[in-house]
Design a protein around this ligand. Structure first.
Ligand code: KG4
Ligand code: ZN
Length: 350
């Protein structure tokens, strides 16, 4: 089953054509990073406008790269999916209106997808044999969540961030170290040649809970920089701080994820979200899984950060289970959307 997916929840305009939820025929991403970099973060109004300018071109290109055209929607392409939330309201609206219009004009069903759910399914595009049950760690700019996926559309929410998400912590620490936005990839590459044990930052394990909290770690980095102002401008010392911070995030994520995998007897661990692109995180999770006789499934790098292929992948399983959105033409975006089980309509509130 072919689905066209559209994703515009934050600062990437993306469209993709995905077959059976597991094979991306195309995945076009127009990134706005350059536009937002001078503000050191995403400016919502600028993001919405950039989505408006890009969305038609991105959809056309995704169809073209899949060897298709708009006329194939309603033929080979059987449904259109979009990110309904969570995300920036104006940004979400652009993708929703585009998807709703195409679905209505081409007479195909519309499938609404939760963005976090998209990250849960991204690894399927890399590992076509992957099946639930598995434990999923979603680590992105807005989320750090541990979710037990018992079957497609059947989730148990174990815990999540109480304050800063992991990616948000990367971005804020990078800003503090006067590194460009987004901080994650920059810290990742600086850390490769630095000493992760240079500074002993805390590991916020929050014992007895599956929740995460990275704001204290961020404060520890702030305090370290305030006590050692001369380090800013010294590339080697900045890299050591970056590597030490990164190692604290990875240790915390790893400790809790593997503990949850043991507790819930879910030896297959899936990771998704922008931070899953981190090279040290990828190799350390894989090595630990080998030691603990578990298995880690990572998305390919193109499917870690926001992309429409993961939305179309999730949509395929959701469409098969539910038949798509009930009120296709009146459905509204949901900027604070919670993860919901497809069948029982159980919503997970934080
Ligand atoms: O999933 P995503 O594209 O957007 C959200 O849903 O939030 O994640 C973006 C986040 C940013 O905070 C960015 O700094 C982080 O993912 N990120 C990384 C890496 N690449 C992106 N963090 C650590 N290492 C990376 N290589
Ligand atoms: Zn995301």
């Amino acid at each position: 089953m072919l689905i066209l997916g559209i994703e515009t929840s934050c600062d990437e305009t993306s469209a993709a054509v995905v077959d059976d939820g597991r094979k991306a025929l195309s995945n076009v991403i127009a990134s706005q990073i350059k536009i937002h970099r001078k503000f050191s973060g995403v400016v919502p109004e600028i993001a919405s406008r950039a989505h408006v300018l890009a969305v038609n071109r991105v959809v056309d290109e995704a169809l073209r790269q899949a060897g298709m055209a708009i006329e194939d929607i309603g033929g080979r392409i059987e449904a259109v999916a979009y990110t309904r939330g969570p995300g920036l309201a104006g940004a979400l609206l652009v993708g929703q209106i585009a998807a709703q219009t195409i679905a209505f004009l081409r007479g195909v069903p519309l499938v609404d997808v939760n963005h976090v759910e998209g990250h849960l399914y991204a690894a399927l595009l890399e590992h076509p044999d992957l099946e639930p049950p598995f434990l999923c760690l979603v680590v992105s700019g807005g989320h750090t969540e541990l979710i037990a996926v018992d079957s497609f559309g059947s989730y148990r929410y174990l815990g999540g961030t109480r304050d800063d998400a992991a990616g948000e912590a990367f971005d804020k620490v990078a800003k503090l170290l006067r590194l460009p936005y987004p901080g994650g990839p920059v810290i990742d590459s600086l850390a490769r040649t630095a000493d992760p044990a240079a500074v002993a930052f805390p590991r916020p394990y929050l014992k007895g809970s599956w929740d995460f909290s990275f704001s204290g770690l961020k404060t520890a980095v702030v305090n370290h920089v305030m006590k050692n102002p001369a380090l800013i401008g010294n590339r080697r010392r900045v890299a050591d701080v970056a590597a030490s911070f990164q190692q604290s995030v990875i240790d915390t994520l790893m400790e809790k994820t593997f503990a949850a995998a043991r507790e819930y007897r879910l030896p297959h661990i899936v990771i998704g979200g922008g931070v899953s692109a981190n090279s040290a995180l990828r190799s350390q999770f894989a090595a630990r899984a080998r030691r603990e006789k578990m298995k880690v499934y990572l998305p390919g790098l193109a499917y870690c950060t926001d992309n429409a292929a993961m939305i179309a992948a999730a949509a395929c399983f959701k469409f098969r289970a539910t038949g798509g959105a009930a009120e296709e033409t009146t459905q509204r975006i949901d900027p604070g959307m919670k993860l919901t089980n497809w069948k029982q309509q159980v919503t997970y509130e934080r």
